[in-house]
Design a protein around this ligand. Structure first.
Ligand code: URA
Length: 237
């Protein structure tokens, strides 16, 4: 890869900015100052420093975002802000949200630039668990737990796969629940509760497969998935 391309990809500056830095002698490759912007780098072997800071090239990134309400899970939207507007410092990575949470849903959304990973994680045949916490209008009861276990009918005649519904608490007119689903139909959790006449008033995704949303992330904050989390996700795909 060209040296100027690598530095731009790693967020050092625009292509023309990094060319200037290179010419001014800010960049070392294998302990030698390099002033040619088209100098070819072996990203596996060469050690590159910019202004005495090690440049770590990565082709793919995997981020865990705690999505707030009000943001669209898309790369572009003419009306609402997108989840990508919450991600700073990764301008050259062509990121996209892996899957979708509704605009009013909060919680765990993976942001990446690895299309193959996204494809495998989202494939309907793969049956990945996704865990949601929800507040419900109405009293969820054992009968609902069994209905979810057997498969709730949503839309016209579509019966959802068996899902595990756990009642966390109830009072006279509302409930808190956790539900584990394996499918990812449009508005699925909301439709499942609409089908039993007890609408969702708040929804948050808390887990994807074995990876739990990091409790220390405030709404709108993100961090990179660590190596263990990435390995776990890939192992399960
Ligand atoms: N199910 C929904 O209804 N909404 C979401 O955002 C995710 C799952």
């Amino acid at each position: 890869m060209r040296l100027d391309k690598l530095l731009a990809h790693c967020g050092i500056g625009t292509r023309s900015e990094v060319k200037k830095y290179i010419r001014k002698g800010y960049v070392c490759v294998n302990e030698q100052i390099i002033k040619k912007d088209d100098y070819k780098i072996d990203v596996e072997k060469d050690v590159v420093y910019f202004d005495n800071e090690l440049i770590e090239y990565r082709q793919y990134v995997y981020l865990m975002l705690n999505k707030p309400a009000g943001y669209i899970s898309a790369t572009k939207d003419n009306v609402h802000p997108t989840v990508l507007e919450l991600i700073e410092g990764y301008d050259n990575y062509d990121l996209f949200p892996v899957g979708r949470l509704d605009i009013d849903t909060e919680g765990f959304l993976i942001i990446s630039n690895d299309g193959d990973f996204a494809h495998r994680l989202l494939a309907p045949s793969r049956n990945h668990d996704k865990v949601y916490y929800a507040k419900i209008e109405g009293v969820v009861d054992q009968y609902d737990v069994e209905t979810f276990y057997k498969g709730v009918e949503i839309d016209t005649g579509y019966v959802c796969k068996s899902s595990k519904l756990t009642i966390l608490s109830t009072d006279e007119d509302s409930s808190e629940i956790e539900v584990v689903i394996q499918e990812g139909k449009f508005h699925q959790v909301k439709k499942m509760f609409d089908a039993i006449g007890k609408p969702v008033t708040y929804l948050k995704r808390t887990q994807i497969r074995s990876i739990e949303l990091d409790q220390s992330l405030e709404l709108g904050e993100f961090r990179e998935l660590d190596e263990q989390e990435i390995n776990d996700l890939f192992d399960e795909l």
